[in-house]
Design a protein around this ligand. Structure first.
Ligand code: NAD
Ligand code: TYD
Length: 339
């Protein structure tokens, strides 16, 4: 089979490329990625050596580029990771989120209709469900939880999900959607909580915790997300949504303190800064459906995954130092200077 992986030079997409090359050596993997600030070709260096892998630089919202690739590759499956993915950036500049996340999805699905495919898979997020209150630990997101978004990012992802489901109902396009909780692991761009805190703690810089740090996220090791998507695209039912998450809930403060402990750095580095506007309180996934139908279970507990992740950042300092040396400095100053 030929699988087009869009956004494969980003965090989760690149982990998925490696997962597929290792677990399905019979398949051809074609990565389509625009190489925005979040895409990094260095991440795919090892994949480039594999003859079953091809990298194509291109924009999912560029119809000519997408159609040309479909004509060349005649893909069986599309897995769409390509997106603008950072909530804080969506608050600063929503427009690019609507273009990439919504229109880009539509362009890909139009190509699927035109050329025919076995499966279009949309990589979505639990953020489409909005948030849960902190005082109701009994509540979890199921696939039937109503869409109720908070940020321009989550609104754009929800819009894309609805269009994907509309193409299934109206045009019988064979689609599936997964909605996953927060990921962490190798190749995570250092603007997101965990890699930001690791890289700043290593440099003895202050760690900016939004508000009181009491917001809760349900952390999933990225490889567990990849194994879930792999199951859904091969065995999941068409037209279905599957939630992915692993009951690994932590407050942001717990996460930051764990990182400090593992790195043997003082808690005095923590600096409480102005909260994110519209900040979601708690995300928590009920993974009963994917477990019951496909037998998926996460393999990595947070306490082990965070150790592995920190070790990866220690062993791969060149990878993130190169990012920090680029435009990233001005990003950090712009986003955090008035907080
Ligand atoms: P990321 O920001 O690390 O990577 C996004 C990738 O998409 C980059 O390589 C970028 O160059 C590429 N891209 C952006 N715009 C593009 C365009 N117009 N055309 C082609 N490529 C483009 O994101 P990530 O964290 O790896 O997230 C991947 C997907 O998973 C996203 O759809 C996101 O919504 C979803 N998701 C992420 C998380 C998480 O915790 N990171 C959780 C659940 C779902
Ligand atoms: P993030 O990694 O941006 O993921 P998301 O907003 O998609 O959940 O943020 C995770 C949590 O960490 C979120 O509650 C916001 C918080 N946060 C901070 O407290 N400080 C930071 O510098 C960042 C980037 C995030």
């Amino acid at each position: 089979m030929t699988i087009i992986v869009t956004g494969g030079a980003g965090f989760i997409g690149s982990n998925f490329v490696y997962y597929e090359l290792e677990n399905h050596p019979e398949d051809r993997i074609v990565c389509l990625d625009a190489l925005t600030y979040a895409g990094n070709l260095a991440t795919l260096e090892e994949a480039m050596k594999n003859e079953n892998f091809r990298f194509v630089k291109g924009d999912i919202a560029d119809r000519d580029c997408v159609n040309k690739l479909f004509e060349e590759e005649k893909p069986d499956i599309i897995v769409n990771f390509a997106a603008e993915s950072h909530v804080d950036r969506s608050i600063e500049n929503p427009e690019i989120f609507l273009r990439t996340n919504i229109l880009g999805t539509q362009v890909l699905m139009d190509a699927c209709r035109k050329y025919g495919i076995k499966r279009y898979h949309q990589v979505s997020t639990d953020e489409v469900y909005g948030d849960l209150p902190l005082d109701r630990p009994d509540l979890f997101f199921t696939e039937d939880t109503p869409i109720h978004t908070s940020s321009p990012y989550s609104a754009s992802k929800a819009a894309a999900d609805l269009i994907v489901l509309a193409y299934h109902r109206t045009y019988k396009l064979p689609v599936s959607i997964t909605r996953c909780s927060n990921n962490y692991g190798p190749y995570h761009f250092p603007e997101k909580l965990i890699p930001l805190m690791i890289s700043r703690a290593l440099a003895d810089q202050s760690l900016p915790v939004y508000g009181k740090g009491e917001n809760v996220r349900d952390w999933l090791y990225v490889e567990d997300h990849c194994s879930a998507i792999d199951l859904v695209i091969r065995q999941g039912r068409e037209g279905e949504v599957y939630n992915i998450g692993g009951h690994n809930e932590r407050t942001n403060l717990e996460v930051v303190k764990t990182i400090l402990r593992e790195l043997d750095k003082p808690e005095e580095l923590i600096s409480y800064v102005t909260d994110r506007p519209g900040h979601d309180m708690r995300y928590a996934i009920d993974p009963t459906k994917i477990h019951g139908e496909l037998g998926w279970l996460p393999q990595t507990k947070f306490d082990d995954g965070i150790k592995k992740t920190i070790k990866w950042y220690l062993d791969n300092e060149d990878w993130w130092q190169n990012i920090l040396a680029g435009d990233y400095q001005s990003y950090y100053e712009k986003m955090y200077k008035d907080r």
